[in-house]
Write a protein that binds this ligand. Structure first.
Ligand SMILES: [Cu+2]
Length: 148
């Protein structure tokens, strides 16, 4: 076997191995600029599973935050409340939107204020110990929606 053939096999193994993180496409990723005096904020994104198997997100992390978790906002008795979401499963072909008023990434105990124009990394931890990190741009409001 030639060296080149071995190389091709190695590449194939690498890309067909776990692969869950390769099958998640993150778009429209943004984090709200920190409100005055608050060391917490929320991140939003659209997450699409382009693979053939369900993918479960079991946690989130960000270097700028001491505590990061998945949250869901719900309206209960006319009041908006948030509760942690232990995990989020995305079916094959499904797209889940993390958006204001719904699912979001909660960033708490921030080590710095986040201002418009900045960019921070947030990582999604997947159930097979895979993780997927992506740049989230900091903005006061979501930019005009993109439809593809
Ligand atoms: Cu929250």
């Amino acid at each position: 076997m030639t060296l080149r053939a071995l190389f091709v096999i190695a590449l194939t193994l690498a890309s067909s191995g776990s692969g869950a993180s390769d099958n998640l496409i993150i778009s429209d990723a943004w984090v709200r600029a920190t409100p005055p005096g608050k060391m917490m904020t929320a991140g939003y994104a659209s997450i699409e599973n382009v693979g053939k198997d369900v993918i479960t997100i079991t946690g989130v992390s960000a270097e700028v935050a001491g505590h990061t978790s998945l949250h869901e906002t719900r309206i209960e008795r006319d009041r908006s409340t948030m509760r942690p979401v232990a995990q989020l499963s995305i079916k094959a072909g499904e797209r889940v939107s993390l958006k204001p008023g719904g699912l979001h990434i909660m960033l708490m105990k921030l080590s710095e204020l986040l201002t418009d124009g900045q960019s921070i990394d947030i990582c999604l931890e997947l159930e097979n110990n895979d993780s997927l990190c992506s740049a989230f741009s900091v903005a006061r409001h979501r930019k005009a929606a993109h439809h593809h």
